[in-house]
Ligand binder design. Structure first.
Ligand SMILES: NC(=O)c1ccc[n+]([C@@H]2O[C@H](COP(=O)([O-])OP(=O)(O)OC[C@H]3O[C@@H](n4cnc5c(N)ncnc54)[C@H](OP(=O)(O)O)[C@@H]3O)[C@@H](O)[C@H]2O)c1
Length: 278
């Protein structure tokens, strides 16, 4: 187990909403030794979710916010965005002005959180699904009242699920949602289509999956370790009149690059639209 406790680690953390993401954070905070089970307050409304033995081992599990919440330095908001309106009045009586509220709720702006809860210290983060295995990508922004120490504390927490980058401009979180938030789904789609093509060429599905997944893994590491960017690496695989060039000809006839960029732009507009509607 890695030990990353340091002076920037909070002593006591609350997680409100322990579904997919809340549970991921609870596991990660404990795994990295950021808090003990006594220092982790888990607030979960769903009886079904509360019946999970793992939640009882990870922290102090309760059905609703209560007095213990006052003693937490950082409060992670991990309920669905549509549940925030109902949560706010339940939470407000127990919040203290020096607590940092770290929201991962998609689309809910920091000013909305600050106004609803009458709290000044808000950090808003957009994680993605690989956070579940500690390989997530998170971008986060903060209100100006959040000082450097608070930001480091939030970053330390977010880093337990992968990498985290700070954005000065909160509105860029819509682009982040389109790129890294939805990104894993685009990747899974590529894998699915490549496996399908391989099967249509006569490979059995298990072999097709190994070929595609290992190709993705190897290509990722090569890109990551290489001085060259994607364009140069594409050239390294291609030769004039060869197979890769034949594939790229079909991609360009189908305007694949343009289709992809359009898809991401549409995801970004949808993120903005949803944020306005919440
Ligand atoms: N999943 C992702 O990949 C992902 C990525 C980026 C951001 N996010 C954000 O992460 C947040 C959580 O997503 P999720 O997938 O973890 O949702 P989830 O699995 O539905 O978990 C939310 C949990 O919060 C509980 N809850 C609702 N209201 C509550 C309250 N007042 N007090 C305590 N608990 C309450 C829910 O119980 P009930 O089921 O009974 O309502 C549910 O168990 C969302 O805001 C989402 O936008 C998720």
């Amino acid at each position: 187990m890695n030990e990353i406790r340091n002076t920037r680690s909070p002593q006591s953390i609350a997680i409100i909403g322990c579904g997919n993401m809340g549970l991921t954070y609870a596991r990660s905070f404990r795994q990295y030794g950021l808090c003990t089970a006594e220092q982790l307050l888990l607030v979960e409304k769903s009886a079904e979710q509360r019946a999970q033995p793992e939640l009882h081992q990870l922290g102090q599990l309760t059905q609703g916010p209560g007095e213990r919440l006052r003693h937490c330095q950082i409060v992670v908001l991990a309920v669905k965005p549509q549940d925030f309106a109902a949560l706010a009045p339940e939470l407000s009586p127990y919040l203290q002005p020096d607590q940092v509220l770290l929201s991962i709720m998609a689309g809910i702006t920091m000013s909305r959180i600050s106004d609803s809860l009458q709290q000044p210290l808000i950090v808003r983060a957009m994680p993605n699904l690989p956070a579940r295995i500690g390989m997530g990508m998170t971008a986060f922004a903060a209100l100006p009242e959040v000082d450097r120490g608070h930001l480091h504390m939030a970053e330390t927490l977010l880093n337990t699920t992968g990498r985290a980058v700070f954005l000065e401009d909160e509105s860029l979180l819509d682009a982040v949602t389109a790129v890294s938030g939805s990104g894993p789904a685009y990747f899974f789609y590529f894998v699915q289509e490549m496996v399908q093509a391989a099967v249509e060429m006569g490979l059995d599905e298990a072999t097709a999956r190994v070929l595609v997944k290992q190709t993705m893994l190897g290509s990722y590491h090569l890109l990551n370790q290489s001085e060259e960017g994607p364009a140069e690496l594409i050239r390294s695989v291609s030769s004039r009149g060869g197979t890769t060039e034949a594939a790229f000809l079909a991609f360009s006839e189908g305007r694949l690059g343009e289709v992809l960029r359009n898809g991401l732009q549409r995801a970004e507009s949808r993120a903005r639209e949803l944020s306005g509607a919440l």
